[in-house]
Write a protein of this length. Structure first.
Length: 378
């Protein structure tokens, strides 16, 4: 299998599995327990907190472990609104992940105003549109660090500065960005940042919310006093340990992401453009993640191509994994002004440090024939 769907999920690093195994076996204690096994589990969680904090450039006490990016995003939204009960507006973008879009849709039904900032045809953020959307009614600004479909980066630090000057909480969904580009959350002036383990070669079902130490917080989950009272529920010790190890390895691999993984992506993308006619790159080709390539193949339906790719043992996607099977064109590509036809002909290829030059060469050998076959039956 040639696996080029790393924005959906990543292979768990064998070193991560190795780190987790003791906590699935003999080190099974509850970290809230005062017994020896409990203390060993609690110590392991604190070590993981340090590892995740190092990746995000913040203090360990600013990390709250969660079940993943979706919970972290919902926790940030809920906290901001609880702490600003008189404010009824949220400012976000038109290209957020469904973990942000769906809560906003629910809030609209409750009478909140949701203002979605536009992007241009290259998927770049419209800062001028953002500035005038902030009002005294704004409770929260939420802007993703990098788009999950195109990889396009957003100017988070600049936007956070504007929000801070207006006295508005700022959240960033960094699920796709963490582990691929350097992040210094503690220096960015943001209030919240959401990350997820399985996007950076860690296990699924665990993530974190960065919470600025100077900010108040209203928990989403109430119950026990875990996570210093900020997230109730017995912690997923094996998952958290795995996340910590994955974060440690990701920090060590940032240079590799910027060079080797980017080189693989560029070799693939340029090879496709050279070998196949009628292909367009979606999104700015400079200001984007080093691993992501969103390509529109004229004259095909993406779902048909994916079936052919599957038969050839190539794994890619038509966009966000959370929208797989949807009959609707990508909301990201629609927001960029593209036609439904272009949206439905788009495939996303995303790479990782486990991909090789040999895999890229093999894909470039197979893909022209696959696209030609798809076009012949379209």
């Amino acid at each position: 299998m040639l696996y080029f769907d790393n924005n959906a999920t990543t292979r768990v690093d064998p070193l991560v599995v190795e780190a987790m195994l003791p906590y699935l076996g003999e080190l099974y204690g509850n970290p809230s327990s005062g017994c020896r096994l409990g203390k060993l589990a609690a110590n392991a969680i604190e070590r993981a907190r340090e590892q995740v904090a190092a990746l995000l450039g913040c203090e360990p006490r600013e990390i709250v472990f969660t079940s993943g990016g979706t919970e972290s995003i919902n926790a940030a939204i809920g906290s901001a609104l609880q702490l600003n009960p008189g404010r009824r507006q949220v400012v976000t973008t038109a290209v957020e992940h469904s973990a942000m879009l769906k809560p906003c849709e629910a809030l609209e039904k409750q009478g909140y105003t949701i203002d979605r900032v536009a992007v241009d045809t290259e998927g770049r953020f419209d800062t001028s549109d953002f500035d005038h959307k902030l009002t005294p009614e704004t409770a929260l600004v939420s802007v993703m660090a990098a788009n999950n479909e195109t990889g396009v980066l957003f100017p988070i630090q600049d936007l956070a500065e504007i929000a801070r000057e207006r006295g508005v909480f700022f959240h960033s969904d960094a699920v796709q960005a963490a582990g691929k580009i350097p992040i210094r959350a503690g220096e960015m002036g943001i209030t919240y940042m959401s990350v997820s383990s399985h996007k950076l070669h860690g296990p699924k079902g665990v993530g974190a919310l960065y919470l600025n130490r100077r900010s108040a917080f209203h928990p989403l989950l109430l119950g026990g006093g875990q996570e210093n009272g900020r997230r109730a529920g017995t912690q997923n010790v094996p998952g958290i340990v795995g996340f910590g190890k994955a974060a440690e390895l990701a920090l060590q691999s940032l240079e590799r992401e910027a060079t080797q993984v980017k080189a693989l992506r560029d070799t693939f993308e340029n090879g496709v453009l050279e070998r196949i006619s009628g292909v367009q790159v979606n999104g700015n080709r400079t200001e984007r993640l080093p691993n992501t390539s969103s390509l529109a193949f004229e004259g095909v339906e993406a779902e048909s191509v994916l079936l052919l790719l599957e038969r050839a043992q190539i794994c890619a996607s038509a966009g966000s994994a959370c929208m797989s099977g949807s009959l609707h064109p990508s909301h990201v590509l629609r927001a960029m002004g593209f036609s439904n036809a272009r949206s439905r002909s788009t495939l996303r290829f995303s790479f990782s440090r486990f991909n090789t030059a040999e895999e890229i060469a093999k894909a470039l050998e197979l893909l022209p024939g696959i696209i030609a076959k798809a076009r012949a039956v379209h």
